[in-house]
Design a binder for this molecule. Sequence first.
Ligand code: SF4
Length: 179
Amino acid sequence: MRYSQIREMDISNGEGIGVSLFVQGCHFHCKGCFNQETWDFNGGKQWTKETKNKFVELAGKPYVKRISILGGEPLADENITEVYFLLQTLKNLYPQKKIWLYTGYLLEDIWNSPKDQNYNALRALVITYTDIFIDGQFKLSKQDINHKTHKWVGSTNQRVIDVGLSFKENKIILYKGVV
Ligand code: SF4
């Protein structure tokens, strides 16, 4: 896997103070994507064992309450294996920290896909490691300039899903945020 950047103190991509990892590479190529420099799977920097260790250490800082994984496309075939192992490590070490993941895939499409094809089993497992799952490709025609739908989405078709509640209720439940 390659990655675009790591933000050690991030307040833009989830609730509260967090750390963020922008992975490199995305096949979706949404018109108007705000992060087109992350499309090329050969761009960015190599994700090494040392990089992972550094990110895990940063995530463990006491002021970090949330870990965000975005891109690029974290669930692309090229990235999914490393993202899976990263989230597994983070959840084991820091079960109380919230994991946010941004993807162009739809949760139902992953969940209902045959698990023996195209890394779908890993994608489904990654969902189980996340607390907040922000899904859907950016649609320029549905751009939400003032973030009326939600402060963490770019277009109104995208959803901020509360994964724990959704599994509990067996239907998609949107995240309401800390009140
Ligand atoms: S899925 Fe995200 S990163 Fe990929 S093109 Fe669409 S908006 Fe950009």
